[in-house]
Design a binder for this molecule. Structure first.
Ligand SMILES: Cc1cc2nc3c(=O)[nH]c(=O)nc-3n(C[C@H](O)[C@H](O)[C@H](O)COP(=O)(O)OP(=O)(O)OC[C@H]3O[C@@H](n4cnc5c(N)ncnc54)[C@H](O)[C@@H]3O)c2cc1C
Length: 319
């Protein structure tokens, strides 16, 4: 039994899914010991974390902490880890989580295990973690007094304990150096619609879409299904879609119930982003495209013909 501290990030007024998964790993590591959750700045959803395994929630505040500042977050996490004398610090394997936890490890001068898919508690914590975009899994023992790790998005189960946790505020100590790197503004995405990371259905296009205009049937199908539109890197590099739409190792990692990949070859770096998809439908004119090995269903044909035909059939059935 050891105390564990977990960073929880908040989106749209509640703890995000990947943080709840990290909290699940923290509970497993604690093996019945205290599970401390740390929320920085935005206290939204803090009171609900007991239901997901937290036994104590800390909400850190500081007058200068008005936006995401990774060094400041790392200092708060490292200071609280010392105060609570925890055996491990866990965080979500999101861009923000990995950025902060890497800094925590550097501050404490201990190793950092990013993107873990499984954790085994013990005097020496053993983890399985995704390497090279998920093309291999490494089992590693963390030889450090304090294990610092993040969980790969959608690879670790949430722990629905139904418990409750006390919420206490934590007055952070920061200086100017901690705030040198910080977010100074946000540029809203050009479109609204369904979030790629959270969508239950994603319809993606690849180089096979041919152009910006070639995405029109993909957008139409997505609209009919209430789906988000994604794409491959070949598409973002060509400037047909923004980087925020990119799925994969260097894009968004998704876990929809259904992933429809249109004109996408299925490169390792793309498939690294869709490992969490429950069902994959590939639409490709090449029956030997690599994506066929990972797809549950395939339609071999020209997407400019197949995708509008699916939309027409959906419309016909809906009357
Ligand atoms: C470090 C690194 C990181 C990377 N990160 C990512 C990442 O995050 N996400 C990502 O996607 N890629 C990433 N890549 C790039 C990746 O290796 C591939 O180059 C990319 O995924 C290919 O995109 P694509 O499948 O759209 O294009 P292609 O590989 O060119 O495939 C196009 C496919 O469309 C099919 N096709 C063509 N015309 C039609 C048509 N009319 N109808 C139906 N099918 C058609 C073809 O048969 C082919 O299978 C990364 C690469 C590196 C080196």
């Amino acid at each position: 039994m050891s105390a564990v501290l977990c960073l929880v990030t908040v989106a749209d007024g509640a703890a995000d899914e990947v943080s709840l998964q990290a909290l699940g790993a923290a509970s497993a590591l604690a093996s019945g010991g205290a599970v401390h959750a740390l929320v920085i700045g935005d206290a939204a959803g803090a009171g609900d974390l007991g239901a997901w395994g937290a036994t104590q929630v800390h909400v850190a505040t500081h007058a200068s902490l008005t936006s995401f500042a990774p060094d400041a977050w790392a200092r708060i996490l490292a200071d609280l880890a010392d105060t609570l004398d925890v055996a491990a610090v866990v965080g979500p394997g999101s861009d923000a989580g990995n950025t902060v936890l890497a800094r925590v490890a550097a501050r404490l001068d201990v190793p950092f295990a990013a993107n873990c898919t499984a954790v085994v508690p013990g005097d020496t914590v053993v983890v399985t973690r995704a390497r090279w975009g998920g093309s291999l899994f490494e089992e590693a023992a963390i030889n450090a007094q304090r294990a610092i790790l993040t969980t790969q998005p959608h690879a670790v189960a949430k722990a629905s304990t139904g418990g409750s946790a006390a919420v206490a505020s934590y007055a952070a100590t920061l200086d100017d150096a901690d705030l040198a790197v910080r977010v100074v503004g946000h540029v809203a995405a050009a479109k609204g619609g369904v979030s790629l990371a959270e969508a239950k259905i994603v319809v993606s296009g690849g180089r096979g879409a041919g152009s910006t205009e070639g995405f029109a049937p993909i957008e139409e199908l997505a609209g009919l299904l209430g789906a988000a539109v994604g794409c491959s890197r070949a598409v973002t590099i060509s400037g047909w879609r923004p980087h925020t739409d990119q799925v994969g190792q260097t894009g968004t990692k998704i876990a929809p119930d259904l992933y429809i990949a249109c004109g996408i070859s299925g490169a390792t770096q793309h498939m690294a982003g869709v490992k969490g998809a429950k069902t994959i439908l590939a639409i490709n004119k090449d029956h030997e495209a690599p994506i066929m090995t990972g797809a549950d269903y395939a339609v071999i044909g020209d997407l400019a013909v197949v995708v509008p035909a699916i939309s027409a059939e959906i419309r016909r059935r809906r009357g």
